[in-house]
Design a protein around this ligand. Sequence first.
Ligand SMILES: Nc1ncnc2c1ncn2[C@@H]1O[C@H](COP(=O)(O)OP(=O)(O)OP(=O)(O)O)[C@@H](O)[C@H]1O
Ligand SMILES: [Mg+2]
Length: 336
Amino acid sequence: MKKEQVVNCQFSVWYPIFKKHTIKSLILPLPQNVIDYLLDDGTLVVSGGDNNNQQNQTNNSDSEEEDVQAPEFPEFNSKVLEAINTLGGCVFPKLNWSAPRDANWIALNSSLQCQSLSDIFLLFKSSDFITHDLTQPFLHSSDEDSPNPAINYELVLRKWSELLPGGEFRCFIKENKLIGISQRDYTQYYHHISKQEAQICHSIQEFFSQHVQYQFLDEDCEWDSGKVWLIDLNPFGEVTDSLLFTWEELTSGNSLSANQEQGDTAQQEGPVFRYTTSDVTVQPSPCLSYRIPRDFVDLSTGEDAYKLIDFLKLVRMTKKRQQEDSEEEVEEEVRQ
Ligand SMILES: Nc1ncnc2c1ncn2[C@@H]1O[C@H](COP(=O)(O)OP(=O)(O)OP(=O)(O)O)[C@@H](O)[C@H]1O
Ligand SMILES: [Mg+2]
């Protein structure tokens, strides 16, 4: 995977080419001060909200007493709100490449559905995937010694769509050929996939030859498809999760082989189709490791008032105890 391929997989590059076959979206340039705010991890201060709905927190205990002000981006905020309105009021946000899929647990609705800039900021500031886009987009590129191409960062807002996870497949394209198809949500078993395997494979191949093949700037890429919709386009390389394939298999010159355990269909011509079969143990969601204990979430959002009260009592008790200890120490010194 070359840096140029990563550049070509930016949303604003592929969206105009495949606009007719994907979810309606709007792209807004990300101002530098917003990028700086997203990268500043000294504070988790959520900005961009309606003024009476701000959560001001700090993880810097030295400035505990200070009232930390969320930075405001009024001009950007109004552009974002206008775009959200145009897209029907609910959006799925992402940057040039990634969505904050690792942070959905922090949102009040445990979803990536956003209605305001503060919803977006909360997800973005909590996401390692977003930080990856901002700080190391060219990680794993084969031409690492060449200078990094300049990137214009963009906020992508996509109309919120209720997508069925069992209807999404990741397709691997090498030298303009569709070589592999993998169930996207491979941690679950979907009965309909094994039942309709041939039909699904056929629809994807047809969509590929009619709308994707030879259309894109790169001969190699990877895309996610729901029946006839293109959801996303990723670079063909290790930054992308190869799901039920391995990158070694996909990149070696050998043709992909059947693997019964994973529910393969070996075909003479055309792609290898892999999905999770019933006998594979259902695995935990790959994003689970990004979560923190529920108590922290409840405290940070103020969702569970009793937990917050308990926490404040604990802080007060600890402070009181510390004070008593230091008073005792002083008395002790005076006595001596
Ligand atoms: N507009 C949308 N509305 C609701 N859900 C969506 C929308 N777009 C994408 N999703 C869901 O979110 C998932 C992740 O989206 P997307 O592939 O764009 O993120 P990504 O960060 O590029 O992921 P990856 O790194 O795996 O490519 C999709 O598989 C789909 O289930
Ligand atoms: Mg992607």
